[in-house]
Design a binder for this molecule. Sequence first.
Ligand code: TXA
Ligand code: MG
Length: 341
Amino acid sequence: MQTEVIKVTPENLATAAEQAGALLRDGEVVGIPTETVYGLAANAFDETAVSKIFKAKGRPQDNPLIVHIAKFEELEALVTEVPEAAKQLAEAFWPGPLTMILPKSDKIPDAVCAGLQTVAIRCPSHPVAHAVIEKAGVPLAAPSANLSGSPSPTNAKYVYDDMNGKIPLILDGGQSAVGVESTVVTLALDRPRVLRPGGVTVEQLRAVLHEVDVDEAVVKPLKKGAVAASPGMKYKHYAPKAEITILKGSFEQFKAYVEAKNAEEHFVLCFEGEEKDFPHAVTYGRCGDGLSEANRLFDALRELDEQGAKTVFARCPSENEVGLAVYNRLLRAAAFRVVEL
Ligand code: TXA
Ligand code: MG
């Protein structure tokens, strides 16, 4: 299959979105930009179309997808009930990088939710994503547009690298603004619980709902035999080919540790301004600035592979606000290898 890439501008937005919409109505899969990362979209009501997503990504069948809608009003048909908390969160954070999990209605096929009784719903803010959902005229099931296990793509080139020949169309809407995937919060338990941290922070959620738990799996490996609240959290994830180890401590401690290891042989993943101290370095944002770290992390992981890195020592992000999302992704990329300095 030939994969077409269309660069979307304000001038061609309507026609490009219509071209994508027509393919989606026809049961095809299309790569689309969102403000978090790029998505691999299909008609959420069409089980055959949804199965093509799993095939293109090589995604395990038991990992459910997020359903994307253009307006809050579309939520009602997809869930059994819209609780007050969902209204408050939507009011505060939609359209935007927040996904809510709710008990699903019969309209959602089992393939989307991997057999669970709940469905994850998000209303993205990216103008291209919004236009494509409207033109398709149906909700779109869309995971991140990477091959399963690889870092999520934040631009059309990385989608093309992973999906060339597998899907008919990618819309290029520029670099994703957030850079890590949406915050996933479940409203299907007794209390709201964050299953995956993202662009909307736990602090922001607590300002609206007051009581919000954070799932243990966010910063800890799943215990053997435990059932993941969010199936995506149990898989090796976001991983480049290189072996990453996170070093927790000050920059001075980090530098001393790497130098003792023979810096020539290793790559470092460090913050801006620190790279001059190492022969092989890739940076991911500014130290202590979670937003800039989120923005750069997945690209930095792909750049390490492009540069042929085999072993990488990574600086540890802060664990508050958006930094928690960065830490959560980097931990998985490092298969939870952390050294306390
Ligand atoms: O920002 C995002 O959320 C991007 C863009 C494209 O919207 N999408 C994304 O999708 O990251 P994906 O499939 O890569 O990650 C979805 C996560 C997975 O960890 C999955 O297990 C979890 O959400 N998930 C989906 N439905 C769920 C459900 N019903 N219950 C629990 N977890 C669910
Ligand atoms: Mg993903």
